[in-house]
Design a binder for this molecule. Structure first.
Ligand code: FES
Length: 106
């Protein structure tokens, strides 16, 4: 059975609105976003090829991959069209005591 574990990412002030940061846990890269509708987390790598979404651009609730400009809807991970067609895995996020936490299944 997978149990959700909360991992501290950073103070919430460290991620500006419409920005993304990298978070690594057990050798896996995650992308943690601050959008106008709140904080979110997805897999850190694009589903198209080997590009880090943590180096992409955030526009509202969309992240654009730095390699071929594929776009994903951050809250749902949905691929928004060519060249990306596979959705991103999303992860729960919470903000407590001014800090951002990502929930990962153990
Ligand atoms: S690697 Fe992200 S769009 Fe191609």
């Amino acid at each position: 059975m997978n149990i959700l574990q909360w991992h501290e990412v950073c103070p919430s002030d460290d991620i500006e609105e419409e920005d993304v940061i990298a978070f690594e846990q057990d050798g896996t890269l995650y992308a943690v976003y601050h959008t106008p509708t709140g904080f979110y987390a997805t897999a850190g790598m694009c589903t198209h090829e080997a590009a880090r979404l943590t180096e992409g651009l955030v526009f509202g609730d969309v992240v654009e991959c730095p390699m071929h400009m594929g776009r994903f809807h951050i809250p749902t991970g949905a691929a928004k069209g060519a060249p990306v067609c596979v959705n991103l895995v999303t992860h729960p996020v919470k903000v407590e005591g001014g800090k951002v936490f990502i929930g990962l299944a153990d």
